[in-house]
Design a protein around this ligand. Sequence first.
Ligand code: ZN
Length: 137
Amino acid sequence: MKKIEHLGIAVENLEESNLLFEKLLGKAHYKIEEVASEHVMTSFFKVGPNKIELVASTNPDGPIAKFLEKKGEGIHHIAFEVKDIYKEMERLRNEGFRILNDKPKRGADNKLVCFVHPKSANGVLIELCQEIKEEKR
Ligand code: ZN
């Protein structure tokens, strides 16, 4: 793992939380992006070299809606940047971690992502992410 790429925070209302975090951090989010496959709307803030991702649900049956129901708003996941997500998934599987995805999928912010089940990581949902290098044309 290379570094913490971002912290994911589950929020009820993305617009309200965007304003709140804008006040908190002293600057506005730099992007809003829907990840339809995950039923979420995300917004990203930069804080020095670090990033915060706010995640709101777009579907009452989606994973974030369920998280909010169970635990309320708060830190939802820690995302680590990896060099080779396939290798890292393989390594973690061999170490006994439960990976939630068979293969990486496209996440927000131009990343391939996969998740490690919180039950196998002391209650913390872990996201692995790898930057997608776009083909130059
Ligand atoms: Zn994330």
